[in-house]
Design a binder for this molecule. Structure first.
Ligand SMILES: [Zn+2]
Length: 99
């Protein structure tokens, strides 16, 4: 093992484990998109000047969705939060391949 290997292998993972991580990442990406639906709805009903009985429940759902996004948008391998990052390919924290 040369010193170069140490930089490129943070954690050794088997192919099955990598496939699980990639599948979980895809699921989390979808959930992240679904979270945007109540946000968009809130903006639409807000601009449209909807009645409070429409606006308040949509606002409440948006708040719940934002909290959910905090727990959802994490690396499936190291569980570090991605935050607002639009992650593509590899985890910026642990370097695991996500796609
Ligand atoms: Zn990670």
């Amino acid at each position: 093992m040369s010193s170069d290997d140490i930089d490129t292998l943070p954690i050794k993972r088997g192919p099955a484990e990598l496939a699980d991580i990639k599948a979980e990442f895809r699921k989390r990406q979808w959930r992240r998109l679904l979270v945007l639906v109540p946000m968009v709805l809130l903006v639409v009903v807000g601009i449209g000047g909807a009645a409070p009985w429409v606006l308040y429940p949509v606002a409440a759902i948006s708040i719940v969705a934002s909290v959910f996004a905090l727990f959802n948008w994490r690396c499936p391998a190291c569980e570090n939060l991605f935050g607002k990052q639009n992650v593509r390919g590899k985890c910026p924290h642990c370097g695991v391949e996500l796609e």
